[in-house]
Design a protein around this ligand. Structure first.
Ligand code: C2O
Ligand code: CU
Ligand code: CU
Length: 699
């Protein structure tokens, strides 16, 4: 009986043991009771911490960190050291623990599983710093530009359009999280909050770079303390000289050919790169040509109008020339597309910087804008002698600058091709890029010498006030009709559309300097603009001593006075709203009518023309056939001031300001002047809109 009980007991014990195993199997899967592993105490945060006194840290444990799942786990947090709030916790998340004394604190976590097996102790060190020991971050920046120039510090230069990688190396003694605030003036992007950044510089200038780094405790520092300077050097196009058109001699007559062409692929160079633009040009040339001739020469110019696709009339008007009306190239003698005309005349006037351009009815402005124009340099015995005697810069020191503003589209769908943009406003066409001999802001290498520049304002409408960016003086030695008797020292020369000036700039003491020709804000320009740059990089001995006055008997020295005049004519330039809403541009209340002769002049007469501008904008008044001398100018109805200085030169185009009266005097040369001629505003859009009249010179 007892045995049986024992057996039963044993059986029961066996049964119990089996039940325990079964229940263990149900809760723990396939593990056996001999493989209990200790849990792992995972702490967040897990690395050494730096904190300011008074700060807190949120500690949490990992509730699934027993490999064999003997949950629930029991958490034992201990915070030993300089801490006052929580020192123990049995939650998996100890929560926010604040540290109120300076020192090193240890956060410990031990996890025990449901079978009583304890984890290793996991420890996190917390450095509690006093407020006044909180240090700002320290570091440096470095750069790596596209030219391969790598520098750790210091200023450097790059060419416009290149990129620079700026990197920073910054550490914080308290190891706070660091934030970055870069400032790149003149760069793209202008700011960044990455530790390293690539910056592109499109435009020339000198630009500071600074980095402000901040730590988590609002300590900020600027690196470097004095901002690094990046000098961005413009990649300027190389200045190009206008091509000289060579004549063939037919007997004594120099014969030239000008083919008016369209859709010539002209390469336009700018500081931002170059592209091709379909333009009009003479003779397939990339640039407007120059004709050089001497007083007394007879020339013939065969003009072929090849503007077939445009199917436009053209002419070649000889601007500033004293030639017969039939040769003058006005709208009264159009050359239809596909036809030709030969101009033939003798040069009977003093040496001057003249020019030529189309003048067909209604298409003058667009044909000039698209690229038809040229310079005409007339010499004479006086200029030859001045050059030979080293009294005037000559040869390579005598350079024509054809200044024209143009606007282009962004690149078209043909890569590398842009089109001209012709945008007409009330002031005519004012475009955003100033081209000199076809390039924007070209750089010309010059020697330590005096240079004579022939400034041509061949723009449709823009007025320039040319000056040097270093504020230096220069001489004006010539105006539209030739040399000034006495060179005039000045800091600026204003030229309206169609006007020219010859200036002498002295680079003798400027070795290694870069000097810009600029246009100061004036008239229809609201700001200063760069025009071109002179890089003085060659040393020469300059033999030129500029003439003090022209030979006394020079014809160009003739000074006409009011008493010489037999006739005075009045011309009023005005603008108002037309009947259909647009603005009409008027001279003496009339718009141009080719069938009307507005004024009749007798050849040989000396006349005073009295020009008033009653409109709100400036207009450059131009008359064909004649060179004038300004008598005086001033507010209409007020006191007129006698011409002086530069205004003593001969003029064919004169800027007249709003509300101003300008009087000039000239002689209609009895040998050459006969036929029909035009007078008009040389803002070509105004001219095409009808601000023009016809005068006839009777033989
Ligand atoms: Cu330069 Cu009638 O013009
Ligand atoms: Cu003209
Ligand atoms: Cu005008």
């Amino acid at each position: 009986m007892r045995r049986s009980v024992v057996i039963r007991t044993v059986t029961l014990a066996t049964c119990l043991a089996v039940l325990i195993v079964l229940s263990s199997c149900g809760g723990g899967g396939s593990s056996s009771d001999t493989s209990n592993e200790k849990p792992i105490a995972r702490v967040s945060p897990e690395t050494e911490q730096f904190i300011q006194v008074g700060g807190s840290i949120n500690f949490s444990g990992d509730s699934s960190s027993d490999p064999d799942g003997n949950n629930p786990l029991n958490y034992q947090w201990t915070f030993s050291g300089a801490i006052t709030s929580i020192q123990q916790s049995t939650d998996s998340n100890a929560g926010m623990v604040s540290f109120t004394e300076v020192g090193t604190v240890t956060a410990k976590l031990v996890v025990t599983d449901s079978l009583g097996l304890a984890s290793d102790i996991t420890t996190v060190v917390i450095n509690v710093a006093a407020v006044n020991s909180n240090q700002p971050p320290v570091g440096s920046i470095s750069h790596d530009d596209a030219n391969g120039s790598v520098g750790s510090a210091g200023n450097f230069s790059i060419t416009a359009g290149s990129s620079v990688v700026f990197s920073s190396t910054v550490t914080d003694p308290e190891d706070d999280s660091i934030s970055y605030a870069w400032d790149f003036q003149g760069g793209t992007p202008a700011t960044s909050n990455s530790s390293s950044v690539t910056v592109n510089y499109a435009n020339a200038g000198t630009f500071p770079v600074s980095l402000v780094v901040s730590d988590g405790n609002s300590n900020s520092v600027t690196i470097p303390a004095t901002p690094l300077l990046v000098t961005v050097v413009a990649n300027l196009p190389v200045f190009k000289h206008l091509p000289i058109l060579m004549p063939t001699m037919v007997g004594d007559v120099a014969t030239y050919t000008l083919n008016a062409q369209e859709n010539i692929n002209v390469v336009v160079e700018t500081p931002e790169g170059s592209w091709t633009t379909p333009m009009m040009r003479y003779n397939d040339l990339q640039l407007p040509p120059v004709i050089v001739a001497k007083r007394g020469d007879s020339i013939e110019v065969n003009v072929n109008n090849n503007l077939i696709a445009s199917d436009e009339d053209t002419t070649v008007h000889w601007h500033g020339f004293k030639i017969p009306g039939s040769q003058d190239g006005g709208p009264d003698f159009p050359i239809p597309a596909g036809t030709s005309k030969t101009y033939s005349f003798t040069l009977v006037q003093p040496a001057a910087s003249l020019w030529f351009h189309p003048h067909a009815h209604g298409t003058t402005a667009t044909q000039v804008y698209k690229g038809l124009a040229g310079a005409f340099i007339l010499t004479d015995d006086i200029t030859d002698a001045l050059e030979a005697n080293n009294e005037l810069p000559s040869g390579e020191y005598d350079i024509a600058l054809l200044v024209q503003d143009r606007q282009f589209t962004e690149e078209t769908n043909v890569s590398g091709v842009r089109d001209l943009v012709y945008q007409v406003g009330m002031n005519g066409v004012l475009s955003d890029r100033i081209l000199v001999n076809g390039a924007e802001m070209p750089a010309l290498d010059v020697a330590t010498s005096q240079y004579r520049f022939r400034l041509y304002n061949a723009s449709n409408a823009r007025t320039y006030n040319f000056a040097l960016d270093n504020g230096a003086n220069f001489y004006v030695v010539g105006s539209d009709g030739g040399l000034l008797n006495i060179p005039v020292l000045t800091k600026n020369i204003m030229l309206g559309a169609g006007e020219r000036a010859e200036i002498v700039v002295d680079f003798r003491h400027r070795l290694n300097q870069q000097i810009k020709l600029i246009s100061r804000a004036v008239g229809n320009n609201s700001a200063d603009s760069d025009v071109m740059r002179f890089d003085v990089n060659r040393e020469v001995t300059d033999p030129v001593v500029l003439y003090a006055s022209l030979p006394a008997n020079a014809e160009i020295n003739t000074r006409l006075t009011k008493a010489d005049a037999s006739v005075t004519r009045d011309f009023v330039m005005s603008m108002r709203m037309g009947p259909t809403g647009g603005i009409v541009f008027l001279i003496n209340e009339m718009t141009f009518d080719m069938s009307r002769i507005d004024e009749t002049v007798v050849s040989g007469a000396i006349e005073i023309w009295n020009i008033q501008n009653t409109s709100v904008m400036e207009h450059p008044f131009h008359a064909h056939a004649i060179q004038w001398q300004v008598l005086d100018r001033g507010p209409t109805g007020g006191i007129l001031t006698a011409a002086s200085g530069v205004e003593l030169g001969w003029k064919d185009t004169v800027l007249v300001q709003p509300g101003e009266t300008v009087r000039f005097i000239g002689k209609f040369d009895p040998v050459v002047n006969s036929g029909l001629y035009m007078y008009h505003c040389h803002i070509l859009e105004h001219e095409d809109a009808g601000m023009m009249g016809t005068f006839e010179v009777l033989p």
